[in-house]
Design a binder for this molecule. Sequence first.
Ligand code: ZN
Length: 150
Amino acid sequence: MKGRKVSGIARGTLDFILEASRSSMPHEFAGLLQADKGVITEVLILPGTESSRMSALVRLYMLPNVHLVGSVHSHPSSHLRPSREDLIFFTRTGDYHIIAGPPFDRTSWVCYDAMGARRDLPVLDVKFKDDGFDDLEFDDVDFDDKEAGP
Ligand code: ZN
């Protein structure tokens, strides 16, 4: 993942993240970010608890063609500082990590780097085909937290 330059996030993708975070309340929304030509345009949805994220991640890396640039999750409590678990997760999933909190508007989110320091993530107006979401892939990966028995 090193060396992948990200110039920003598509406005429609950020709106999707904020909307998904809002509708997940009071639970957390979590996903992984993928970029197309340096612009974050895709969200891969993960199970929404901090503890389930790591096991989901391990399985995700076994999928082909998954190039992660970062992650996103919401904090229903509205404080946007990364937790200890978040920081561990950040170091494994790229360099751009969004945490969103209530009221989930365009100013209620922060982007961190892999070390947990705030960083700028420009919001870009990107043209999508047709209704604006054809290029977006919201893969609903069905992760199971329990060990699958033989
Ligand atoms: Zn968190």
